[in-house]
Design a protein around this ligand. Structure first.
Ligand code: PEP
Length: 242
C-alpha cells in the first residue's frame, strides 16, 4: 500500500505564505514513493491548487456535516471538492477538544465528505489519562466505531495519541503499531476485504528523524504531521525517508 504523508498546517499560513511554501516545494520536491497531501486552512486551498507541484494532493481540516444552507461560517464538502480537494480531516483532537465534536458529529462529517467524493481522514486517539490507565486500545476502538457509523470504506484513519500531538513526545514505533494493528482488525471486521486498501496513519510529533521507523511498522501506512509540516525542508526530509 502506498504510504500517505498528510501535512496538517492547523491554523497557520495566509494565502500569501501558502503560495510561497507551495512554490518552494515545487522547486525542490523529488517525488518519492509516498503520496503527499497538504491539509490546509480552507482559505488557502485555491492558492494551493494553483501552485502545488503536480501529484501533490490537498484538502481541508474540517467540513460541515450539512450539505448546504443556513450554517454561517461553515464550509461544505462540495465547496472543498470544487476547489480540487481530495481529502478532508475530520475529528482531529483539537476539534474534539475545543469544539466539542462527538463521535456522532465526526461520523456525520465523514459521511457528508464521502457524498461529495472526498476521502475523510478520520482521527482517533487517547489522552494521557486513558493511556496511563492502560485503556488506550479499548478507548480508541470505541472512538473509531462511533466515528465510522454509516461511513464507507473509502476513508483514511489517523491514530493520534493526544499526549503526543505538538508535545515533542512521540509514541514508540511499537506503540503506533499496537494501535494500528488493532484498528486494522476493527476495519476488517467492519468492511471485510474492502479494509485491505484503507491506510492507517500515525500522528504525534512525527519529524524527519523518526518517520521512517514509525512507518516501517507493518500496519502503519503513513503519517499525519502537524509542526514539521510548516517548513519545506522538514517535509522534504520526511518525504525522502519514506
Ligand atoms: C497533528 O496536528 O495532527 C499533529 C500530529 O501535530 P504534531 O505533528 O505537531 O504533533
Amino acid at each position: 500500500m502506498q504510504n500517505l504523508l498528510a501535512l496538517n498546517w492547523k491554523m497557520n499560513k495566509t494565502p500569501t505564505e501558502a503560495r510561497a511554501w507551495a512554490q518552494e516545494l515545487a522547486g525542490k520536491l523529488v517525488p518519492g514513493p509516498a503520496e503527499l497531501a497538504v491539509m490546509a486552512p480552507a482559505i488557502t486551498l485555491s492558492t494551493l491548487a494553483a501552485n502545488l507541484p503536480a501529484g501533490v494532493a490537498f484538502g481541508g481540516q474540517d467540513v460541515s456535516a450539512h450539505e448546504s444552507g443556513a450554517y454561517t461560517g461553515e464550509i461544505s464538502a462540495a465547496m472543498l471538492k470544487d476547489v480540487g480537494a481530495t481529502y478532508v480531516v475530520v475529528g482531529h483532537s483539537e476539534r474534539r477538544e475545543y469544539h466539542g465534536e462527538t463521535d456522532a458529529a465526526v461520523a456525520a462529517k465523514a459521511r457528508q465528505a464521502q457524498l461529495s467524493g472526498l476521502v475523510p481522514i478520520v482521527c482517533v486517539g487517547e489522552g494521557l489519562a486513558v493511556r496511563e490507565r492502560g485503556e488506550h486500545v479499548a478507548h480508541t476502538l470505541a472512538q473509531l466505531d462511533g466515528s465510522l457509523a454509516g461511513v464507507g470504506p473509502d476513508v483514511v484513519i489517523a491514530y493520534e495519541p493526544v499526549w503526543a500531538i505538538g508535545t515533542g513526545k512521540t509514541a514508540t514505533a511499537d506503540d503506533a503499531e499496537e494501535l494500528a494493528a488493532a484498528i486494522r482488525e476493527a476495519l476488517t471486521t467492519r468492511y471485510g476485504s474492502d479494509a485491505d486498501d484503507i491506510r492507517v496513519l500515525y500522528g504525534g510529533s512525527v519529524k524527519p528523524d523518526n518517520i521512517a521507523s514509525i512507518c516501517a511498522q507493518p500496519n502503519v501506512n503513513g503519517a499525519l504531521v502537524g509542526g514539521a509540516s510548516l517548513k519545506v525542508p522538514d517535509v522534504l526530509g520526511m518525504n525522502d525517508a519514506l
